[in-house]
Design a protein around this ligand. Structure first.
Ligand code: ZN
Length: 312
């Protein structure tokens, strides 16, 4: 058991990352390739098989006993299929069967990428040892996952914790998900940048129009940049406070590209939580930066396998 490894896959719209992960969460091999997201479903699966093939060539492969997959969503763990919004060639794609076939029949555990991130932070990151945690990714989108009662809460289809699509603005804009006023439509990186541009922020000479550039401008006191982060932070705080009121959280962990801007995001989130999380049992809620970084996807996919075995 101590020598067993999990082959972990993190499948997103930009890249497919793979790793061999031991029971302590250490990565003993890595592989990756770009996701041919606009190509056919068969071509995308070919890229997944190439990553698995690269891992299978490593000397440690003989110790692999299971595969963990974290995928962009929606996923359906109950049927083993995925339909990622940003991979149009995959609709109800039988990923679990195909990965099992590509690995000689190994058992495959599938979770959504938000659940994987929560699994990673609970296993090796800022939510380690915590009973009730909301772990969020604020990046191109806004995703998340929950740990409740010390256990990863996957949901029947593996999508629980989809905080990016809770409503924080009753009369807000239509969201790509089909809903309205979703957290993601305010707090994602592209939406932060869009708001800043619409209110007078201008990119620097490098032409960088991302939320990272807005964060750098906010750090120097640019008013429109600060306002865009303030608005995103208030939306995040409203979503966090609502979730905490529902399930009693101890800690909220935030990672992803936008969270990498540090206090530019975290300071206004904490301030806004003082306003939105007013009930006595919400007052001690901690908000911490994620620790598992770029490896969160593969570490979480492996954690989903190990914790399922241990009952966690
Ligand atoms: Zn939505």
């Amino acid at each position: 058991m101590d020598h067993e490894l999990v082959a972990a896959l993190d499948i997103g719209g930009t890249k497919i990352a793979g790793a061999l992960v031991d029971a302590g969460g250490r990565l003993v091999a890595r592989a990756r390739c770009a996701t041919p997201a606009r190509r056919s479903g068969t071509t995308v699966m070919g890229a997944v098989e190439a990553v698995l093939g690269d891992l299978a060539d490593r000397p440690h492969w003989s110790r692999v006993t299971a595969v963990g997959v974290g995928s962009a969503g929606p996923v359906d763990a109950s049927t083993g299929t995925v339909s990622p919004v940003n991979i149009p060639g995959w609709r109800r794609f039988p990923l679990v069967d195909r990965v099992s076939a590509a690995t000689g029949g190994l058992p495959v555990t599938l979770v959504g990428d938000g659940v994987a991130m929560a699994a990673a932070e609970h296993w090796r990151g800022a939510a380690r040892g915590r009973e009730n945690a909301l772990c969020m990714v604020v990046s191109t989108g806004v995703g998340g996952g929950l740990v409740l009662g010390g256990r990863l809460h996957r949901g029947a289809t593996g999508n629980a914790g989809h905080i990016g699509h809770v409503c924080v603005d009753l009369d807000g804009d239509a969201c790509a998900c089909g809903g309205r006023g979703c957290l993601e439509s305010i707090a994602s990186g592209p939406n932060i940048a869009r708001h800043a541009l619409a209110h007078g922020w201008r990119p620097g000479e490098d032409g960088d129009r991302t939320a990272g550039a807005v964060a750098r401008a906010a750090a120097t006191g640019d008013g429109a940049a600060l306002a865009a982060f303030e608005r995103a932070a208030r939306a995040l705080a409203a979503g966090i406070a609502s979730t905490a009121a529902l399930v009693e959280l101890d800690v909220v962990v935030i990672g992803g590209g936008v969270a990498d801007s540090g206090e530019v995001l975290f300071a206004p989130v904490r301030r806004a939580l003082d306003e939105y999380a007013a009930l006595s049992f919400l007052r001690r809620l901690e908000v911490l930066p994620a620790r598992t970084g770029a490896d969160a996807g593969v570490v979480g996919a492996a954690a989903a396998v190990w914790t399922a075995r241990g009952g966690g």
